[in-house]
Design a protein around this ligand. Structure first.
Ligand code: SAM
Length: 409
């Protein structure tokens, strides 16, 4: 069972908010982050209530199949009996039962009996759907149960200090003045863990570009590229620039950093974020055809291929992904795309240059097996090292990254 952070105060307004957001995710198939964004755009809450809403909704979305088993409602109709749902949540998360919910003795007995039954099925207690359990067992064998349990926990919040403007020690002091408390992370020079419930994005420190929210694994991928000021660097699947901005900070504004993606709106968001971060050596380029890539042949000292993947390493952060698809169609397509990107995009690297292939997955079929297949077909690259960040062992999100060097044309 998850140990609660503290006893949460569930007011009728919090209760209604959780049900609305949950309905949007479970019934309308809205991604959790969008459901939060929509709700919090329309309604204002005190920061304490905001935190309670996201914690309870997250607890429920992480284990929708468990709540479905206990309430007797399908996942899409999980909110049909809200009092039973909240009672079950209080019991599972060891929280105080909201004072205003009313249940019959029979409903209470039923829930308690079903929780006792569920405790004999650890996969159900971990909120793991059958398709994911089979996939995890096939790919990770004995290490899967531990990873499965780790992926069922609430995600911790981490930020990356923007080295263009500050460092972790200085940032920690600045944030304290805004009542945001943090902890230094020994494994990573840019990371702080947020230890208070404070809202980050309303802080002055965020508006001034002193940090970005980012998991430690992502920050370690940035570090692995070992970029230096003056280099020519390509981030070929940059998205909205989570890692591009970190790379820019290590480059100290010197050299050329090209951020590329196939989605224009992501590159537009990157430009906004770069402005706030004070990162002015970033150029964005939309990939419109294979020519965009061919024109950059042998041009990069460093190349990041942060490829599209199943995202199964970051289920703590995006638990809704477990319920929206069983990935039986998307996973083979993704693996094919990953190998295609490795094969074609690696040609942008100069001889002696280093590229990092990265995913936010812990499945070997998206990670080490992709890299070994690439190396077999391309003996002009060599593996320098590879790392899997295990959610079970690290407490962070799950990632994989491999550094490869091009040894000849
Ligand atoms: C894992 S995400 C990247 C996240 C990003 N690097 C970050 O740190 O925030 C993968 C990205 O690859 C992009 N993508 C998908 N197919 C692509 C392709 N063929 N070439 C380049 N980028 C692609 C997606 O739009 C998505 O933004």
């Amino acid at each position: 069972m998850v140990k609660p952070m503290s006893q949460l105060i569930v007011t009728p307004r919090v209760y209604e908010a959780v049900l609305t957001i949950l309905n949007n995710v479970a019934q309308a198939q809205c991604p959790l982050d969008k459901a939060y964004a929509q709700h919090f755009f329309n309604f204002d809450y005190a920061s304490q209530d905001h935190a309670v809403i996201t914690q309870i909704t997250g607890d429920m979305v992480r284990k929708l199949n468990l709540y479905s088993f206990i309430t007797g409602n399908t996942i899409t109709h999980i909110t049909s009996n809200p009092a039973v749902l909240f009672y079950a949540w209080s019991k599972i998360e060891q929280q105080t039962i909201p004072s205003f919910i009313e249940l019959t003795q029979q409903e209470i007995d039923n829930v308690e009996q079903l929780i006792d039954t569920a405790k004999h099925n650890q996969s159900l207690m971990d909120g793991c759907p059958a398709w994911l359990n089979t996939l995890g067992e096939n790919e990770l064998a004995d290490s899967w149960p531990q990873e499965r349990s780790a992926l069922a926990l609430a995600a911790k919040r981490f930020i990356r200090a923007n080295l263009l403007k500050t460092n972790t020690v200085e940032l920690q002091k600045t944030l304290e003045k805004e009542h945001i408390t943090t902890r230094l992370i020994s494994d990573c020079v840019t990371a702080l863990e947020i230890t208070s419930n404070s809202s980050l994005f309303k802080s002055l420190a965020f508006k001034n570009g002193l940090f970005e929210q980012q998991d430690v694994g992502s920050q370690l991928i940035i570090e692995a590229l070992d970029v230096k000021p003056g280099m020519r660097v390509i981030d070929a699947c940059s998205g909205a620039g989570g890692k591009t901005l970190g790379l820019a900070a290590y480059m100290k504004g010197k050299g050329r950093l090209l951020a590329m993606d196939i989605e224009e709106h992501k590159l537009a968001a990157l430009k906004q974020r770069a402005k706030r971060a004070g990162a002015d050596n970033i150029e964005t380029r939309l990939i419109t055809s294979s020519k965009t890539i061919k024109r950059l042949k042998e041009s990069a000292d460093r190349l990041l291929l942060d490829v599209p993947c199943s995202g199964l390493g970051v289920l703590k952060r995006n638990p809704d992904a477990k319920w929206h698809s069983d990935m039986s169609e998307s996973l083979p397509t993704l693996r094919h795309l990953q190998q295609d990107i490795l094969t074609r995009y690696s040609k942008m690297l100069k001889v002696d240059g280093i590229m990092v292939y990265a995913t936010c997955s812990i499945l070997p079929s998206e990670n080490e097996l992709q890299v070994s297949a690439f190396l077999k077909a391309n003996p002009n690259y060599k593996l320098i090292n590879e790392t899997t960040i295990s959610p079970a062992q690290s407490g962070f999100d799950g990632f994989y990254f491999a550094s490869l060097q091009r040894i000849s044309a």
